[in-house]
Design a protein around this ligand. Structure first.
Ligand code: ZN
Length: 431
């Protein structure tokens, strides 16, 4: 049974992670999951389309607020549209914050984001059931527009808050229909003039822990349910322009051709080879061909390389190796080559002290082996790591598939994630 396919009331023993409180009976992990499940789900693809400032986004936000209020938490909406649910006085400072996001990529899976938010509420319920005594304020957060599906920039809510995106830059963001971010916010009932850095809010936070479904197979290959993040890999995009000579596909002798498609094809294979050698990843996933005719030798093949590696040196080796191979192939075919780095994000190391603290807390459970692993995907936790100590917990994803309706985590693993998050929060915020 998967949590995404609940609905038959099959609450297996040990799977209940909520408990009755003074406020009455709260929804279990499985019940919360079922409530969120239909929101923004496309009937044909079965994927999620929860884009920023749309109706589906509003429904997710209403759900978050409802969960906060059902637990007697103080609900706050910040200037950038991020939602907060507080236990204890935020002004006391040194708060422990957990959470993730509820928006999705186009036809995304159910787990990327929502697993972290639902697990946060469930972990709080578990701590209350343990009758834990809190010594630090605790908050659950839903960051807005993490995936960037609508406006093309990821982590807008956390970037604005951390001052890594200015209000002026955000105001220029435009969706595929020509709607600007300010107009979209207004249409959803928010004030776009309020957005901007929020250092006072971040100054209240002593630690941020984001639980997330793993977007790879490292945990599954090691037979582990839960892991701790070490770092977000450095990553970038490079554009390769191979320029040759357009000519007739029927009448131009092979020996007379300057065909950039050949050099490009050989470069794709080189990328695979270099990535395998370095234990990295390298992908040509987008290509533009001119004149793009069935019966024409191309004049231009433009391909984009996305590459990510555990460290800068490995990434440099991969990209340098691909470029060197591309130059040799281009020369052999009489083709010109230009390589342009279009974007680059250096490695994000999560706070070592907090990471070690998580390992120590989870290490108390002798039955739980918790590996520390890197990730090739970006997160709000990565954005905030420049300002406050952040850490991440990953939950096993047996296929490694993410950003797709096939994204999956088994219910037992989700429950193990809730329990690990509760242990971490208890270790950090309770006596
Ligand atoms: Zn995510």
């Amino acid at each position: 049974m998967t949590v995404s396919e609940g609905g038959h009331g099959n609450s297996a023993a040990g799977a209940q992670v909520s408990s009755p409180t003074a406020a009455g009976s709260l929804p279990s992990f499985q019940e919360m999951w079922r409530e969120l499940r239909p929101i923004g789900r496309h009937p044909d693809s079965h994927g999620y389309r929860r884009y920023a400032w749309t109706g589906a986004d509003a429904e997710c936000r209403a759900w978050f607020r409802g969960q906060a209020e059902a637990r007697g938490l103080a609900y706050e909406l910040d200037r950038n549209g991020n939602q907060w649910a507080w236990l204890g006085d935020p002004a006391a400072g040194d708060a422990v914050v957990t959470g993730s996001h509820l928006d999705s990529v186009p036809d995304g899976g159910a787990f990327d984001g929502p697993l972290g938010v639902v697990s946060s509420f469930a972990a709080l319920d578990e701590l209350r059931a343990r009758q834990a005594t809190f010594t630090r304020p605790l908050a659950i957060v839903n960051f807005g527009d993490e995936e960037g599906a609508r406006f093309g920039l990821a982590c807008v809510g956390s970037r604005l808050t951390a001052g890594q995106l200015t209000a002026e830059q955000a105001h220029r963001l435009t969706d595929g229909d020509g709607v600007t971010l300010p107009r979209a916010m207004e249409a959803a009932g928010y004030d776009p003039d309020a957005i901007g850095p929020d250092p006072e809010r971040l100054a209240r936070i002593g630690a941020f822990v984001e639980l997330h479904v793993e977007q790879g197979r490292a945990l599954d290959l090691g037979g582990d349910r839960v892991g701790i993040a070490s770092a977000i890999w450095p990553h970038g995009r490079w554009r390769f322009d191979f320029r040759g000579e357009a000519n007739h596909a029927g009448t131009t002798r092979l020996g007379d051709r300057r065909d950039p498609m050949l050099s490009y094809a050989e470069t794709v294979l080189a990328a695979r080879r270099e990535a395998e050698l370095a234990g990295a990843v390298a992908t040509f996933g987008k290509i533009v061909v001119e004149p793009n005719g069935v019966n024409a030798i191309p004049s231009l093949v433009r391909g984009w390389l996305d590459s990510r590696a555990a460290d800068q040196a490995s990434l440099d080796t991969v990209v340098g190796g691909v470029e060197q191979a591309a130059r040799e192939y281009a020369e052999a075919h009489g083709v010109d080559l230009a390589v342009v780095r279009e974007s680059f994000t250096p490695v994000v190391e999560f706070d070592h002290a907090l990471r070690d603290e998580l390992a120590r807390i989870l290490g108390r459970d002798a039955d739980l082996k918790v590996p520390v692993l890197g990730t090739g995907a970006g997160h709000d936790a990565g954005i905030l790591s420049g300002t406050i100590p952040t850490a991440m917990l990953f939950v096993r994803n047996p296929t490694g598939v993410s950003h797709s309706p096939a994204e999956y985590a088994a219910e037992d693993d989700c429950v193990a994630g809730v329990s690990a998050l509760a242990d971490v929060l208890e270790g950090l915020a309770c006596t």
